[in-house]
Design a protein. Structure first.
Length: 81
């Protein structure tokens, strides 16, 4: 049986892992933006602007998912106990 404390701890670790992934991805995309964009643009037949827009949209949606799927439930469970 999973207790509220165990689930809260799980959400906490999920948040840490997801924020780590977001940070690493953001750093890699900012440092290697040109080469990665060129590869993706050539692979999918897109413009550089479209690829940059897709990366920005990916990071924004991932950030929102972390907020609503990890942080908000964690805070809710923290307030309950």
């Amino acid at each position: 049986m999973v207790t509220i404390e165990t689930f809260r701890e799980l959400l906490g670790w999920c948040t840490v892992i997801n924020i780590g992934i977001l940070a690493i991805t953001s750093i890699l995309l900012s440092l290697l933006r040109g080469p990665i964009s060129n590869i993706r643009a050539n692979l999918f037949g897109l413009d550089q602007i479209d690829v940059s827009r897709a990366y920005f949209q990916y990071l924004a949606q991932y950030k929102i998912a972390i907020l609503f799927l990890n942080i908000v439930p964690y805070i809710g469970l923290k307030l309950m106990t």
